[in-house]
Design a protein around this ligand. Structure first.
Ligand SMILES: [Zn+2]
Length: 406
């Protein structure tokens, strides 16, 4: 049997475009539960024709802080798990997310043709096109004579854009028995470049409590939590000088309710990015050295709330990239990769020891902005790339062992 993925995928090009235009017009922000549930049904029907089973999986509640900095639980949308040949000796993890960063009340809601081969829209590239690339590649791969050797499970989560807090357990459960992982996040640029090493991240919440007071009646009895918090966040920002390869970003601050009141609470949310676990640990130690409270009028608490381990290029991870590049070149497909500070679920797979390629999605640019765009022909090109890659890997013994080999 001859394997001709390009032919099969090119035939799907028009349907892919039409489906994409429809999908982009569905708002799937992580907080839009109604939108997520509705979209989950569309995803199920898209995968039903090709998977053995497709399930909508409810995720556990997560804990966040409310405006008063007290813990509250939050429900997120469901994940979709589609699996094929779960009995096969070699299993692959194929992942993506269907949430976007654009809230339900954002002005950016619709797909638009920006040129004859460019579509703009919320999540068009990150990563509704990626899910369609994945689907087209899977349909082609199923015609490969080697497909019968491989079982795959697709996991589509609704919370990747906020660090996959509710779906990380599901990702772990599904990925840990897998030999390899493939994630269809957008390529790093319009050339289709893959991500190599990825930095890690750590998120912190800093909470400062002071004493409330009325500005007119007893201002001097108040202790201004915002002002005190500002002193500490200046110290955190100054740490960037000591870690030039890293980023320590105070991204959100909250505090105060009325201008005639001394605020008794201020909360700062900090995102740290670093290329190695050692850097992350060094930054945390440096934070501890500056977040020292010597003033009993204030209470300071801070904690790490979330994090992703850096994805390093070594061992089987490096071999996977090298082999894939060589194999695809034999089919006249040129791929390269470069390191990035951004995190994705590829970091989660790496932390489990599952070698993975996490930027197999479409090409375009300006994700997470209202100028997000997709190069439409890249959907077909990238689906062909993945379909060949899977055909090659399915026949290749070195990458057949479960993750413990890494
Ligand atoms: Zn993404």
């Amino acid at each position: 049997m001859t394997y001709k993925p390009a032919l099969l995928i090119q035939k799907q090009a028009k349907t892919m475009q039409e489906t994409l235009l429809d999908w982009v017009n569905h708002n799937t922000h992580h907080a839009n539960l109604h939108g997520l549930h509705r979209f989950a049904k569309l995803l199920c029907s898209a995968f039903e024709g090709i998977a053995d089973t497709v399930d909508i999986v409810d995720l556990p509640l997560i804990t966040t802080l409310n405006a008063k900095a007290y813990p509250q639980t939050q429900t997120l949308g469901p994940a979709i798990v589609a699996s094929k040949r779960p009995e096969a000796p070699v299993q692959w993890y194929i992942g993506g997310h269907y949430d976007t960063v654009f809230p339900g009340d954002s002005a950016f809601q619709q797909a638009n043709w920006l040129a004859s081969d460019v579509i703009g829209g919320p999540g068009v590239l990150d990563m509704k096109a990626g899910i369609l690339v994945m689907l087209a590649a899977l349909k082609a791969f199923e015609s490969s004579p080697h497909a019968s050797q491989i079982g795959w499970r697709v996991v589509l989560n609704p919370d990747e854009e906020i660090g996959s807090p509710a779906s990380s357990g599901l990702i772990e459960a599904q990925a840990k028995a897998c030999a390899l992982g493939f994630i269809f996040e957008p390529a790093l640029d319009s050339e289709g470049t893959w991500a190599g090493a990825r930095g890690g991240s750590a998120r912190y919440t800093l909470m400062v409590r002071g004493q409330a007071a009325h500005v007119g009646r007893n201002f001097h009895e108040g202790r201004n939590a915002i002002v005190q918090c500002a002193l500490w966040i200046q110290k955190l920002a100054a740490l960037n000088h000591d870690f030039p390869q890293c980023a320590i970003n105070v991204g959100v601050i909250r505090g105060g309710e009325a201008v005639n009141q001394v605020p008794d609470l201020a909360v700062a949310y900090v995102d740290v990015r670093a290329p190695t676990p050692r850097d992350l640990a060094a930054i945390e130690a440096a934070m501890a050295s500056v977040l020292v409270n010597q003033d009993s009028d204030y209470a300071l608490t801070w904690q790490r709330t979330q994090g992703r381990t850096p994805k390093l290029l070594a061992g089987t991870q490096q071999q996977l990239l090298d082999w894939s590049q060589m194999y695809l070149a034999s089919h006249h497909i040129k791929v390269s990769w470069r390191d990035t500070g951004g995190c994705c679920d590829g970091n989660n797979l790496s932390a489990l020891g599952v070698p993975n390629i996490d930027t197999l999605g479409a090409c375009g640019g300006l994700i997470h902005t209202t100028q997000e765009w997709l190069a439409v022909p890249s959907m077909v090109d990238k689906a062909i790339e993945a379909a060949w890659l899977w055909h090659g890997l399915a026949a290749h013994d070195s990458f057949r062992l479960p993750s413990c080999s890494a």
